[in-house]
Design a binder for this molecule. Structure first.
Ligand code: FPP
Length: 261
C-alpha cells in the first residue's frame, strides 16, 4: 500500500473501511501468526501472560469479523512446537488459557456456527487441554459457517514428515505405488487436508518470517506483515489487511492475461 493510500485509509471509520471492501474479492481462508503478546505486556510492565490474555480478546474479535464478512476459514497459530522451549510456567499458563478459552467460548462458538479443528501433535498436550480440544472438535463437527483451526504443538516441517511417513506406510502395504505420489496426493496426507490453502497470511508484531507455519500450504499465499502487536490487532487492523489483500494481483506464477482468458 503506498503512503497516500494508507494515509487516506487512516481517516476512514471502520464502517467506511468495510464499505470499501469488495465482498467478491475476500479471501476464503485467512491464516494468522499471532505474535507480540509478550512485548504488549512488557510495554505495560505486566507479566507476559497478561499479553496472552489480552490476545484472546483479539481472537474473539477477529472471529466475529470473519463471521460478519463471510470469510470461510481462519487458522491461527496458537502454540508452535518451538513454544515448548519456553519457561515451564509460561507453557502451563498458555495451556490453562487454552482450556479457559474453550470452556468459556464453546457455547458462543456453537451459536455462531463455528467448526473448531486443531492441527499439530496433540498427543504432546497435557491430558486435560487435549480433552477440551477433542470435546470442542466433536461438538462443533456439524457446523460450517466458519472453519476455525487452532494450530497447537504445530510445526510445518513435522506436518510434512508425518505426511511422508503415512505415504511410505501405504507404499509398504502395497496400497500405493511410488509413481502415484504427486502434489495432490501429498496434500491429502497433510493435517489441513480438509481445508483450502490460505489466501492471506497475516503476521503481527513486525517480524517478517513464516516461523515453520503451514510451509506447504503457503506456497501461493499473499503475505501481510504488520508492526501491530497481536493484542492490538482488532477489527480495524483486519479490515486494513483485507483492503491491502484486495489490492494485490494474485497470479499463481502465470501472467495476468492468461488468468483472465
Ligand atoms: C506469540 O506472542 C503468541 C503465542 C506464543 C501464543 C498465542 C496465544 C494466544 C493469543 C492466546 C491463546 C489462544 C487461544 C486460541 C486459546 P509472544 O509471546 O511470542 O510475543 P513476543 O514475541 O512479544 O514475546
Amino acid at each position: 500500500m503506498d503512503t497516500k493510500d494508507s494515509s487516506t485509509l487512516d481517516q476512514l471509520s471502520d464502517e467506511e473501511l468495510t464499505i470499501k471492501l469488495d465482498p467478491g474479492l475476500l479471501p476464503k481462508h485467512v491464516a494468522i501468526i499471532m505474535d507480540g503478546n509478550g512485548r504488549w505486556a512488557e510495554l505495560r510492565s505486566l507479566p507476559r501472560i497478561a499479553g496472552h490474555r489480552e490476545g484472546i480478546k483479539s481472537v474473539r474479535e477477529i472471529i466475529t469479523v470473519c463471521l460478519e464478512l463471510g470469510i470461510h476459514a481462519l487458522t491461527i497459530y496458537a502454540f508452535s512446537q518451538e513454544n515448548w522451549n519456553r519457561p515451564v510456567q509460561e507453557i502451563s499458563s498458555l495451556m490453562g488459557l487454552l482450556e479457559y478459552y474453550l470452556s468459556t467460548e464453546r457455547t458462543k462458538l456453537i451459536e455462531q456456527g463455528v467448526r473448531v479443528r486443531t492441527i499439530g501433535r496433540l498427543d504432546s498436550l497435557p491430558t486435560s487441554a487435549r480433552q477440551w480440544v477433542q470435546a470442542t472438535e466433536q461438538e462443533t463437527a456439524h457446523l460450517d459457517r466458519l472453519h476455525l483451526t487452532l494450530a497447537l504443538s504445530y510445526g510445518g516441517r513435522t506436518e510434512i514428515v508425518d505426511a511422508v511417513r503415512e505415504l511410505l506406510h501405504e507404499v509398504q502395504d502395497g496400497k500405493l505405488q511410488p509413481d502415484d505420489v504427486d502434489e495432490s496426493r501429498i496434500q491429502q496426507y497433510l493435517y489441513t487436508h480438509e481445508l483450502p490453502d490460505p489466501d492471506l497470511l497475516i503476521r503481527t508484531s513486525g517480524e517478517s518470517r513464516i516461523s515453520n507455519f503451514l510451509l506447504w500450504q503457503l506456497a501461493y499465499t499473499e503475505l501481510y506483515f504488520t508492526p501491530t502487536l497481536w493484542p492490538d490487532f482488532r477489527r480495524r487492523e483486519l479490515l486494513l489487511a483485507l483492503l491491502e489483500y484486495q489490492r494485490r494481483e494474485r497470479r499463481f506464477g502465470r501472467v495476468l492475461s492468461a488468468i483472465s482468458s
